[in-house]
Design a protein around this ligand. Structure first.
Ligand code: NAP
Length: 291
């Protein structure tokens, strides 16, 4: 069984991105800028935002941190996003989700200019992804494709099963795997699928993004399958200083015994999500410099 090390892939790609940033700066005098907006103080969101800002700075990019109180209104937040849309020093705008319940997520995403939507969440970018136009691909799904390729798994002609149909992971991963460039045959499972194991046992590639520990077990896999575990779940663990540990959606022990390759959690998909965010931000800055 091969462990698909997202940290190794991510660090190699981040070196390439940093070189691209330095080149853009030297040749065009442009420093890619990413605005990261966090509303409230959800601890998981705070740690994601901190990691994104740190990665941005390590790649030589500029990050503008905007932390807003939980009581910020939808109008205030979309007003800030619109100001950033017009700021030429900012090439990417990221609003950390989830936002507090009184703010409509859709209204916030719709406010982001598709040209600065480095998360790839706006309807325009999602639509372009579906029809194969140039766009910002959503970071986690794009990172998942890179991880499958990095594992040496052939995608074309294989059967891929995706568990989970969220707009930010499951549906776009399924769409990317089914594109002609990837050429997989794709089955998308969700809570309405009566017997998920029936499908996963036929799969060469399983991507599990359900947000539930133990969604995938070794008995549900075909021997030698490649497993990409997207889940990030906190489970109580009194032996750990924080009182919890992070596990994925796959039962690692049993899946590792059957799979040919599997991503660890942490250290699999997570580092790639941030890497693809940096990739999109550099791409956005290059496009702006060329305009
Ligand atoms: P989400 O919006 O909660 O969607 C979960 C999807 O999984 C839903 O479509 C749901 O089905 C389906 N589902 C839930 N339980 C299931 C089960 N037992 N069997 C089959 N399908 C099931 O979650 P998400 O945003 O896609 O995220 C999924 C997981 O990935 C979470 O743990 C999240 O923290 C993690 N994540 C990690 C990264 C990273 O960078 N590492 C990035 C994004 C997300 P229904 O549609 O029927 O409800």
């Amino acid at each position: 069984m091969k462990l698909i090390d997202g940290k190794t892939l991510a660090s190699g790609m981040r070196r390439e991105i940093a070189a691209g940033v330095a080149k853009l700066k030297a040749e065009k005098g442009v420093v890619p800028g990413l605005a990261v907006i966090l509303v409230g103080d959800n601890p998981a969101s705070v740690s994601y935002v901190t990691a994104k800002e740190k990665a941005c700075e390590e790649a030589g990019m500029r990050s503008e941190e905007i932390r807003l109180p939980a009581e910020t209104t939808e109008e205030e937040l979309t007003g800030i996003v619109r100001r950033l849309n017009g700021d030429v020093s900012i090439h990417g705008i990221l609003v950390q989700l989830p936002v507090p319940k009184h703010i409509r997520e859709k209204a916030v995403i719709d406010a982001i200019s598709p040209e600065k939507d480095v998360d790839g969440f706006t309807p325009e970018n999602i639509g372009k992804m579906m029809i194969g136009d140039e766009c910002f691909l959503p970071c986690t799904p794009h990172g998942i494709i890179k991880l499958i390729e990095f594992s040496g798994t052939e995608i074309a002609g294989r059967h891929a099963v995706v568990i989970g149909r969220s707009n930010i992971v499951g549906k776009p991963v399924a769409a990317l795997l089914a594109r002609k460039e990837a050429n997989a045959t794709v089955t998308l499972c969700h809570t309405g699928t009566p017997d998920i194991a029936h499908f996963t046992r036929q799969a060469d590639i399983v991507v599990v993004a359900a947000g539930r520990p133990g969604t995938l077990t070794g008995g549900m896999l075909k021997p030698g399958a490649t497993v990409i575990d997207v889940g990030v779940n906190r489970v109580p663990d009194p032996s750990r200083p924080k009182g919890y540990r992070i596990v994925g959606d796959a039962d690692f022990e049993s899946c590792a015994g059957v799979a040919g390759a599997i991503t660890p959690v942490p250290g699999g998909v997570g580092p790639m999500t941030i890497t693809m965010l940096l990739w999109n931000t550099l791409e956005s800055a290059k496009r702006a410099a060329a305009r």
